[in-house]
Design a protein. Structure first.
Length: 183
């Protein structure tokens, strides 16, 4: 079955969720490391600068947070991993290992199924009022939370203050999350 083994696990094509998506071309077993998330490795500062003038309206970004120091920009030298859409009931997850990011199957995926993982895009104090609209989720899952942002709802003021006191970490910097361009 060497020919089967060598055939690709997935292909990129139009998705009903958003733009292009990545679809299984054969069964992918739970635990399979499907693809590495590749792109230009840059600092948060450079990432923010690179996209500060970019229009946020389509809520689309190829930035992935590795840790406090590194963001991967798949908009530059990125591979097919950048096309994997967000899903609220995902079949994949992102795994960070040695500051590299891999997309792995968290259950067995059938041929033809679209690959998805939870972007968990961080909220920030500077978010515009319509941020939930901009990052609205249309993944179609029964458990769809309606937004690619995490947490699902804007934290209440009291909770926000508490979180601020606990940590001085820059808001929105959550390893394993998709970053987004800020205005
Ligand atoms: Zn959803």
């Amino acid at each position: 079955m060497s020919a089967t083994r060598k055939s690709p696990l997935y292909k990129v094509r139009r998705s009903k969720i958003h733009g292009f998506g990545v679809f299984a071309t054969r069964a992918i077993r739970k635990g399979t490391r499907v693809i590495e998330y590749l792109g230009d490795r840059i600092s948060h500062k450079v990432a923010d600068q690179r996209y500060e003038d970019k229009d946020e309206d389509d809520g689309h970004t190829f930035l992935f947070i590795v840790d406090r120091g590194v963001v991967i920009d798949a908009g530059v030298d990125g591979n097919d991993a950048r096309f994997i859409n967000h899903g609220c009931d995902p079949n994949c997850e992102s795994v960070i290992e040695d500051r590299r990011v891999f997309i792995e199957a968290i259950r067995t995926i059938r041929p033809g199924e679209e690959l998805k993982y939870d972007y968990q895009i961080g909220r920030a104090d500077s978010d515009p009022a319509n941020v939930d609209e901009i990052y609205a989720c249309r993944c179609g899952a029964e458990a769809c939370r309606g937004t690619m942002l995490w947490p699902a709802r804007r934290p209440k003021k009291r909770a926000k203050k508490k979180a601020k006191a606990k940590s001085r970490a820059k808001s929105g910097v959550k390893p394993g999350a998709k970053k987004r361009a800020r205005r």
